[in-house]
Design a protein around this ligand. Structure first.
Ligand code: NAD
Ligand code: LMR
Length: 311
C-alpha cells in the first residue's frame, strides 16, 4: 500500500532537502512539508511553490508546503532531517559536530513536540553521531530513528565497479558497513556482479583503488563542487529509505542504527545491514565477520565513538 496523502516532513530546505522533496514528489509518496529557519521563511516558501508548480508538468498530485512553523509537522509519518552545515573543501564531516549537534537538538525537540509518533531519517553530518543525538533527544524507540550512510556509500562503490567493468549498475550487489567516514568498510566478500563474486572478476589492486575512492567519495564531490557537498545521490538514498518504510518493503539495506550489543558494540549508532520496513528498523542482521573485517569495523566504531566524545 502506498501511503499517498501521508505527510512527509523535511527539516532543512537546502540542497539535499530540496532535492529530496523533488524526488519524493516524483514518486507521489506523500504530501510534503519543507521547513527551514524563520529568517529563510520567504526562500523556503519560494522553493516549495516552485516545486509545486512543476507538478502539473510532471503529472503528480502532491501538496508541497514551505514554512518555518514546526506545527505544520503535526501528524507527519516520516520526518527527514537535513538541517545543518555541509562541509567545505579541506574539512572532515566531524568538523561539523559542534554546529550541527546544536541544530540537531533543537530540531529533534520540535519533532518530538509535534510528531511524537513519526519515523525519523537523519542525513545531517556527522551522520552516525547526529542519529545518536536525535535518538537521545527525542527519546523515540530505536527502530524509529534511522540514519543514512550505507545506501549512498554502497551506490558510490557500485558506480565505480560498473564503470570499471563497463557493465550495468543493475547487476551489482554489495554493501558498506561502519561509520560514514574514511573508515567505512566495503564488504568485498559480499560483493557480486551478476551473481559472480567480485573478487573473481576484478584484480584485487583495482578493487582496492575503488574501495579507497569510495571512502573518499564525499570529499571528491566536495572538492569538485567547491561550495557545498553532494546532494543528488544522497537525496536518492533517503528517498529509497523513505519508500522502503512507507511501502513496508522489508528490504535488507545498510542504515545507521542504534546498537545494543550487536557486533559487540553498545550505545552507539553505526551503519549496519538491517531489515527496513513499515516499523522502521525491524531487525539488525549480524553477519559473522572475518578477523580483518572485524578489525576494520572496530576501527570505524572507534572513530565514531571519538567523535561522540567531542559532544
Ligand atoms: N549522510 C549523508 O550521506 C549526507 C549526504 C549529504 C549531505 N549530508 C549532510 O546533510 C546536511 C545538509 O546538507 P545540504 O547540502 O542540504 O546543506 P545546505 O546548506 O544546502 O542545507 C542545509 C539547510 O539546513 C538549514 N538549517 C540550519 N539550521 C536549521 C534549523 N535550526 N532548522 C531548520 N533548518 C535549518 C539551513 O538554513 C539550510 O537551508 C549537511 O550536514 C551535510 O553534511 C549528509
Ligand atoms: O561528504 C560530505 O560531507 C557529504 C556526504 O556525507 C557525502 O558523503 O556526500
Amino acid at each position: 500500500m502506498i501511503f499517498k496523502r501521508n505527510k512527509i516532513g523535511i527539516v532543512g530546505a537546502g540542497n539535499t532537502g530540496t532535492m529530496i522533496a523533488l524526488m519524493l514528489a516524483q514518486k507521489e509518496l506523500g504530501d510534503i512539508v519543507l521547513i527551514d529557519r524563520p529568517e529563510l521563511e520567504q526562500p523556503v516558501k519560494g522553493k516549495a511553490l516552485d516545486l509545486l508548480e512543476s507538478m502539473p508538468i510532471q503529472k503528480k498530485d502532491v501538496r508541497i508546503l514551505g514554512t518555518s512553523d514546526y506545527q505544520e509537522l503535526t501528524d507527519a509519518s516520516i520526518i527527514i532531517i537535513t538541517a545543518g552545515m555541509p562541509r567545505k573543501p579541506g574539512m572532515s564531516r566531524d568538523d561539523l559536530i559542534n554546529t550541527n549537534s546544536e541544530i540537531m537538538q533543537k530540531v529533534s525537540k520540535e519533532i518530538k513536540r509535534y510528531a511524537p509518533n513519526c519515523y525519523v531519517i537523519v542525513l545531517s553530518n556527522p551522520v552516525d553521531v547526529m542519529t545518536y543525538t536525535c535518538l537521545k533527544t527525542t527519546g523515540f524507540p530505536k527502530k524509529r530513528v534511522i540514519g543514512q550512510s550505507g545506501v549512498l556509500d554502497t551506490a558510490r562503490f557500485n558506480t565505480f565497479i560498473a564503470e570499471a567493468l563497463n557493465i550495468s549498475v543493475e547487476d551489482l550487489t554489495s554493501f558498506v558497513l561502519g561509520g560514514h567516514g574514511d573508515t567505512m568498510v566495503p564488504m568485498l566478500r559480499f560483493s557480486f556482479v551478476g551473481g559472480i563474486p567480485l573478487e573473481r572478476i576484478m584484480p584485487i589492486e583495482q578493487i582496492e583503488e575503488i574501495v579507497e575512492r569510495t571512502r573518499n567519495g564525499g570529499a571528491e564531490i566536495v572538492h569538485l563542487l567547491g561550495n557545498g557537498s553532494a546532494y543528488i545521490a544522497p537525496a536518492a538514498a533517503v528517498v529509497q529509505m523513505t519508500e522502503t518504510i512507507l511501502k513496508d518493503k522489508r528490504k535488507i539495506i545498510p542504515v545507521v542504527a542504534y546498537l545494543e550489543g550487536e557486533y559487540g558494540y553498545n550505545d552507539i549508532c553505526l551503519g549496519i545491514p538491517c531489515v527496513l520496513g513499515g516499523s522502521g528498523v525491524e531487525a539488525i542482521i549480524e553477519i559473522k565477520l572475518t578477523d580483518s573485517e572485524k578489525k576494520m569495523l572496530d576501527r570505524s566504531a572507534q572513530s565514531v565513538q571519538e567523535t561522540m566524545n567531542l559532544l
